[in-house]
Design a protein around this ligand. Structure first.
Ligand SMILES: *Cc1c(COP(=O)(O)O)cnc(C)c1O
Length: 410
């Protein structure tokens, strides 16, 4: 058997991160020109008129919602699975989240459930393209328009996903992309908001101007996080150190299996942290200008790998694309009846996997509002990552298919 296959990667090479770390200690952070240049480039890239940069996707969503005059208790349709901070932002704005279940194939809202959930107080919807899957957007957008919903698309996991050759992020009123660690375009953090309406753009530009100056320490921390993840998922380091450690944790804490993402804070927060409201930097914009040229290539490599694994694996259930949709499969997930057992078996075959590190926000014990979302439940607990990212070799890919095909006999 070859070196262990990690569950995922960072889309930088280690040298880039080291170089960025050095430069981040002295480079200027607040030059407006590169920021505007990158915003313009990103808007064009998605096919929108405007891009306004924020420090996080959650911040972009916060201001997008603030740009409309919603009343206390107005409802926003939310995905049951995403990062918790987005729920914190929605609650801080005194909106009422309504969680709608996903479709098991497209990982987007199940249209029947969505229709039932829309009522007189429903004012907004947050469409989230989980794991890089694109749903049937004609039906979804028609339903949103008929009900005059304010549509925000979170395409953090689906950059370059298309429906009928139009990129996701350009369908709704506002699109938001998180350029954070592990995403395909990673500028050491950032929330890139795109829109087409001039008044929206003006309003959001105003909010952008109200942000605090960027903090160098915050940027350096993000680069260090990227670098550590990057080194940890380097094949040899992963094989020799990280994987044995993960196995040991599994052995010592068998009930905690599966995630190993550390215990994230799951309590409700009182106030939104100030760090969420600092400016996107020109340093990050320059990284973005450089990195954006590489995305299509890495997308293509990943999609080829995904096709190969899917087509040579007959025993496993994967999400599937609908007609006219071009999904990007940021992470390939598959459903398993006994995920803990499968994880262990894959481990024994030198393949690392886990369930998602996103949060099941429709079911957080400390939060007052829950959802009844069985399909999301299944994705959260029974969906495991199958490695298919760029950089895997032919041998790796056929090993993965082989091991998956053998699952029926374990
Ligand atoms: C990574 C990710 C984010 C990250 O948002 P930040 O606020 O920039 O940290 C948001 N949404 C989704 C779906 C993500 O995968």
């Amino acid at each position: 058997m070859g070196l262990v296959i990690p569950r995922g990667i960072v889309y930088h090479n280690v040298n880039d991160d080291v170089s960025a770390l050095l430069r981040s200690t002295y480079s200027s952070l607040n030059d407006v020109a590169p920021i505007r240049k990158f915003e313009e480039k990103f808007a064009n890239y998605i096919g929108c008129n405007y891009c306004i940069s924020f420090p996080f996707a959650r911040t972009a969503i916060y201001y997008a919602l603030k740009s409309r005059d919603f009343k206390i208790g107005d409802e926003i349709i939310m995905p049951p699975i995403t990062i918790k901070s987005i729920l914190d932002v929605v609650l801080d704005l005194k909106l009422k989240p309504v969680f709608v279940d996903i479709n098991q194939d497209t990982l987007s809202f199940n249209l029947e459930n969505l229709k039932l959930a829309i009522g007189p107080n429903t004012k907004a919807i947050l469409i989230t393209y989980l794991f890089g899957m694109v749903p049937q957007l004609d039906y979804l957008m028609t339903l949103c328009k008929e009900n005059e919903l304010f549509v925000i698309e979170d395409f953090s996991q689906c950059l370059n996903g298309r429906f009928k050759d139009k990129k996701v992020g350009s369908f709704g009123d506002i699109g938001v992309y998180s350029a954070s660690s592990t995403k395909t375009l990673d500028t050491y953090g950032g929330g890139l908001l795109v829109c087409n309406d001039e008044n929206d753009a003006k309003c959001l530009r105003g909010h952008q101007k109200s942000l605090q100056p960027a903090k160098r320490t915050q940027l350096i921390q993000k680069i260090i996080t990227d670098l550590i993840r990057n080194i940890a998922t380097t094949r040899l380091v992963f094989h020799l150190f990280v994987f044995p450690l993960l196995k040991l944790i599994n052995f010592l804490y068998p009930e905690s299996v599966i995630k190993h993402t550390g215990d994230r804070k799951k309590e409700m927060i009182e106030n939104l942290p100030q760090d969420w409201f600092t400016s996107f930097t020109s340093f990050q914009a320059n990284e973005g200008l450089r990195m954006i040229e590489t995305i299509e290539n890495s997308d293509q490599l990943r999609k080829n790998n995904v096709n190969q694994v899917k087509s040579s694996t007959s025993t496993v259930m994967f999400p599937t694309s609908v007609k006219n949709a071009k999904s990007v499969y940021w992470q390939l997930v598959a459903y398993f009846d006994e995920p803990a057992k499968v994880q262990k078996y894959l481990q024994s075959k030198n393949i690392d996997t886990s369930t998602t590190s996103l949060e099941y926000i429709a079911n957080l014990p400390a939060y007052p509002i829950k959802g009844d979302t069985p399909n999301a439940n299944k994705l959260y607990y029974n969906g495991l990552f199958v490695p298919a990212y760029p950089g895997l070799s032919e041998t790796d890919l056929s090993h993965i298919s082989h091991v998956l095909n053998d699952l029926q006999i374990i």
